[in-house]
Design a protein around this ligand. Structure first.
Ligand code: NAP
Length: 310
């Protein structure tokens, strides 16, 4: 029987592990399929306090892991929870056939990339459609080619700027005529001579499934309704994220977009189950806020366990 199982290995998960480990609870952390979470798909993190020069996202996550493990966190790598039963304690988590029983749970499953929702987007996945410039941007298929980045937030600006190191030109396709990104990121992107914004437009199709590679996109101008084609060798989708909470549907209260609803700190509707990070946060979604709520969830879990011991 575990004291506390942490599901997820992003900033929230590792911070919860650090704090519960230092409370001598010997937490078990299940990393999920993408150890380190979304931060491992970004390049330099410039807004995490304490790193004035910035820090590589994967490096930051590895440091958090090392710190959590130093105090006794038990880690299971690459394992994914397939089913949960939170109907009564001890709670049960399934890793396929294996069942883990625990007195408390911290859900820190984060979020995953939002998709355009176009059929060819799926068919051309890994053949030119991607959700991570830092993972895929340097691939030979994108070098010295014209590329499309979709989105108007920090991610889109960051990805577009990063891709200019490899691409001959980057089109930044955004559905409005104003970027959502922070001023510094927006200015960095718009002042780059290799980046050309395409305003008020959405991608309505990706070509060419018959060639098994991306050759271009179909765009629709939302103001005029006009359709047009744009040649490109890659489509980098950076239109935000969706909480990874499907596993808990029916057991944990969520809002209409699948974000977990917490009441009183990090407590969910199930006593003994806590949630932290991007699976809860639809507003801030920053590495530092995820780490902060991971800390809060650990303290809440520790107090809950102490109250159960009487
Ligand atoms: P975001 O801020 O939610 O931006 C998503 C963008 O995609 C918006 O411009 C949105 O358009 C557009 N969009 C959403 N759905 C769309 C659809 N179906 N079709 C076309 N466009 C669509 O997401 P994000 O850029 O991933 O950023 C998430 C959080 O991480 C933010 O808090 C951001 O500050 C942070 N972040 C920080 C850094 C950094 O500081 N290094 C880097 C990346 C991300 P609208 O603008 O019209 O809504």
């Amino acid at each position: 029987m575990e004291n506390v199982v942490i599901i997820g290995s992003g900033c929230a998960g590792w911070t919860a592990a650090l704090y519960t480990a230092r409370a001598n609870l010997k937490p078990l952390l299940l990393t999920g399929e993408q150890p380190g979470g979304l931060l491992t798909t970004t390049s330099i993190v410039e807004n995490y306090p304490g790193f004035p020069e910035g820090i590589d996202g994967t490096d930051l996550m590895m440091r958090m892991q090392k710190q959590a493990e130093r105090f006794g966190t038990q880690t299971r790598y690459g394992v994914t929870v397939t089913k949960v039963d939170f109907s009564r304690p001890p709670f049960q988590l399934w890793l396929d056939e294996e069942i883990i029983k625990t007195r408390s749970v911290i859900i820190a499953t984060g979020a995953s990339h939002r998709r355009l929702g176009i059929e060819n987007e799926e068919l051309l996945g890994r053949k030119g459609v991607t959700y991570c410039a830092t993972c895929d941007g340097a691939l030979p298929m994108f070098r010295n080619k014209e590329l499309v980045v979709v989105g108007g937030g920090d991610s889109a600006c960051e990805e577009a700027t990063y891709l200019t190191h490899f691409a001959s030109k980057v089109y930044l396709v955004h559905r409005r005529d104003q970027l959502r990104a922070s001023k510094i990121m927006a200015e960095r992107a718009l002042s780059n001579s290799k980046i050309q914004p395409v305003w008020d437009s959405v991608v309505t199709d990706v070509y060419d499934v018959s060639k098994d590679m991306v050759t271009g996109v179909q765009l629709k101008n939302l103001k005029t309704g006009a359709a047009s084609d744009l040649s490109c060798a890659g489509v980098f989708v950076a239109i935000g994220h969706e909480p990874s909470t499907g596993l808990f549907r029916g057991q944990i209260d969520m809002d209409d977009q699948g974000y977990i609803v917490c009441r009183k700190g990090t407590s969910t509707n199930v006593l003994g189950v806590f949630a932290a990070g991007d699976c809860v946060d639809r507003v801030y979604r920053q590495a530092i806020t995820a780490a902060g709520t991971g800390c809060a969830a650990a303290i809440d879990a520790e107090r809950y366990l102490a109250s159960q011991r009487g």
